[in-house]
Design a protein around this ligand. Structure first.
Ligand code: FES
Length: 172
């Protein structure tokens, strides 16, 4: 396929080499190749058979990078990205749909992280009875009656059932 290297509507190249994507995104070339092998991003071929990426790939790569950074698995990221259009650069409404599908999951993660942050110096109800606060918060490990794990640290899932990221909208 002949690749259009002409500047896009805002005066910057609309197609990028893998090196250009790596420099702008801060993601290593090897990671970009890995993402492509997993179907998370896609490229076209230049006349010299070099990979060329549509500029919109920068948003996909940024999304992948940050989602991974907050602990979302690559398979959940891939499921979410699979709901975006495959033939055109995703628009704001496509990203809004993805955002809505992930909101409950992200809210749950945020609530759990806050709980972890705010409970680090307190008894977490895990059954260890190892710090002075345990005598007050979990005397004799009474919280064991509620179930397994750190009873004072766990946040209940906000949404029961299927992971929202796996709900795919119809492709355009
Ligand atoms: S910290 Fe483990 S029971 Fe209190």
């Amino acid at each position: 396929m002949l690749v259009d290297k002409s500047p896009g509507p805002v005066g910057v190249p609309s197609m990028l080499t893998v090196g250009e994507v790596a420099r702008r995104s801060g993601v290593a070339v090897s990671a970009l190749h890995f993402y492509e092998a997993k179907g998370l991003i896609g490229s076209e071929r230049s006349v010299g058979n070099q990979r060329r990426y549509p500029r919109a790939v920068l948003r996909r790569v940024s999304f992948i990078r940050v989602a991974q950074r907050v602990g979302i698995s690559l398979s959940d990221i891939a499921a979410a990205l699979a709901g975006l259009p495959v033939t055109a650069a995703p628009g704001r409404e496509d990203w809004a749909h993805l955002s809505a599908a992930w909101r409950a999951d992200l809210d749950g993660r945020i609530a759990q992280l806050k709980k972890l942050r705010d409970t680090l110096d307190d008894c977490i109800g895990c059954g260890c009875l190892s710090i002075d606060r345990c005598r007050l918060r979990n005397p004799g490990d009474k919280l064991a009656a509620e179930g397994t794990g750190p009873r004072r640290l766990l946040v209940k899932p906000l949404v029961a059932g299927a992971h929202p990221a796996r709900e795919k909208p119809a492709k355009r």
